[in-house]
Design a protein around this ligand. Structure first.
Ligand code: SF4
Length: 214
């Protein structure tokens, strides 16, 4: 059984898939405690559901793109067979993971968006670095959520140290909502000489920063 916080259809708010219709399966629970976390409501509660019940619900949305997110979706062992079943059913599957759990057992057909934790998150020390070496250039994306200039500098160092421009389909630079001056970050990205993509969380601009299930 899986513990599920919410299942809903919306548009993808982040990554190179931003703007696409997408069903979301938000699993409950996360072993991390990022200072700026915007999903604290997923830490507890949730509803017990079987994989079949989740699949049936997702099918109702008639949407080919599905994202499994959290919380930390890979913290639940049953997430792995769920991802496999979604792939078997022909869905294009995205996994948004906080780089704490090893990704080697994720179904190879799924696309991973790996959220590398920067120092201001308070969870930098829990990054599972081998995940970066497993990124696949044709499908996986890596994301740095940056709260300040120190995080941006850290991200540029990790990008170079792990040769991420040649490992990942896209490198996403995402400012913490309300923390990093957007013009300052845009200037830093423009000046960086790096093949990265600054992104804003589309759903927060459309529905506001505190609305759930959208
Ligand atoms: S990994 Fe994600 S869900 Fe977990 S605390 Fe950090 S931001 Fe929140």
């Amino acid at each position: 059984m899986l513990r599920v916080t919410e299942i809903f259809r919306s548009i993808q708010g982040e990554s190179t898939h931003a703007g696409r219709p997408c069903s979301f399966v938000r699993l409950t629970g996360c072993p991390m405690r990022c200072v700026w976390c915007d999903s604290e409501y997923t830490f507890t509660g949730g509803t017990q559901m079987s994989i079949e019940e989740v699949i049936d619900r997702v099918k109702e949305f008639d949407c080919k793109l599905v994202e499994v997110t959290g919380g930390e979706p890979l913290a639940q062992k049953e997430a792995f067979p769920l991802i496999q079943r979604l792939c078997d059913e022909g869905f294009e599957v995205l996994i948004e993971s906080g780089n704490y759990v090893p990704t080697d057992d994720v179904d190879q057909r799924a696309k991973i968006i790996l959220d590398v934790k920067c120092p201001a998150s308070g969870e930098e020390g829990r990054n599972h670095w081998p995940n970066l070496q497993r990124l696949r250039k044709d499908r996986d994306e890596v994301k740095f959520v940056v709260a300040n200039e120190g995080d941006w500098t850290y991200a540029t160092r990790i990008i170079k140290d792990y040769d991420l421009e040649n490992r990942a389909l896209s490198i996403l630079i995402s400012p913490v909502w309300g923390e990093y001056n957007l013009k300052d970050l845009a200037a830093a990205v423009a000046d960086s000489g790096l093949n990265v993509r600054m992104q804003l969380q589309l759903h927060k601009y459309i529905w506001g920063p505190d609305v759930k299930g959208v």
